[in-house]
Design a protein around this ligand. Structure first.
Ligand SMILES: *Cc1c(COP(=O)(O)O)cnc(C)c1O
Length: 217
């Protein structure tokens, strides 16, 4: 697949859901991909990218920013508190706020830096022990706590369990967002972004369908 194919499929899914493409952001997830592949997607004019490790993002994006303007970087992987400062310097959005310690650290740094990336709270919709994210039953309280810190909370994010129908998880995330008055929904990956769009996704995170399979070798 390719960027243009993913964009065409997005447009079709948006159309079928009666939604506008203007309300959808395609985050091209460039983790682990060789720089040539990332550069070619930049050359096609795409500017919104996602990385899941701060260190990898730091090794790649300041360099690309020397050549390409208006890059919007989204951090979509688990964030350690001691990397929050670096993450806030690099990224325009952080999708993985999932505990109070991280939220208070971000709030303190936001005061100091005078700016803060857009934030999403990650919800562990599948209640998987190995996965990060706040549990669905604790989400409302956590969202309220983040808001009390006066942080720019824009939405929720989830990664459904691999072996379950993702639509149930997308619907649950949308429900939690709606009852908390949050507009942003970061959900949907290469295998399921059309279903996510049908259920209200505002940010889809697509890697392999744009860049090809990741080679971890
Ligand atoms: C890697 C990753 C993606 C992209 O996965 P693909 O299946 O390659 O589209 C999306 N979201 C998160 C959090 C990821 O870590």
């Amino acid at each position: 697949m390719s960027l243009s194919e993913v964009t065409a499929r997005m447009a079709k899914a948006a159309d079928q859901a009666g939604r506008s493409m203007d309300d959808l952001s395609l985050i091209a997830v460039s983790k682990v991909q060789p720089n040539e592949r990332v550069a070619s997607v930049l050359d096609e004019g795409h500017r919104i990218f996602g990385e899941n490790k701060v260190q990898e993002a730091a090794a790649k994006w300041p360099m690309f920013r020397e050549t390409y303007e208006n890059i919007e970087l989204h951090l979509i992987g688990p964030l350690q508190t001691n990397k929050a400062r670096q993450a806030m310097h690099l990224a325009q959005a952080i999708h993985t706020v999932d505990r109070l310690k991280l939220a208070t650290t971000i709030a303190r740094l936001a005061q100091e830096l005078g700016s803060c990336p857009d934030l999403f709270v990650q919800v562990n919709t599948g209640e998987e022990p190995q996965k990060s994210g706040i549990l669905p039953t604790e989400a409302d309280e956590f969202i309220a706590e983040v808001r009390e810190l006066d942080l720019p909370l824009v939405g929720l994010m989830c990664i459904p369990p691999v072996d379950e129908e993702p639509s149930l998880h997308f619907a649950l995330l949308a429900k939690i967002a709606a009852r908390n008055g949050l507009q942003g929904l970061s959900m949907g990956m290469s295998g399921d972004f059309e279903r996510a769009i049908a259920l209200g996704a505002t940010h889809i995170r697509v890697g392999s369908a744009i860049f090809g399979e990741r080679d971890y070798g």
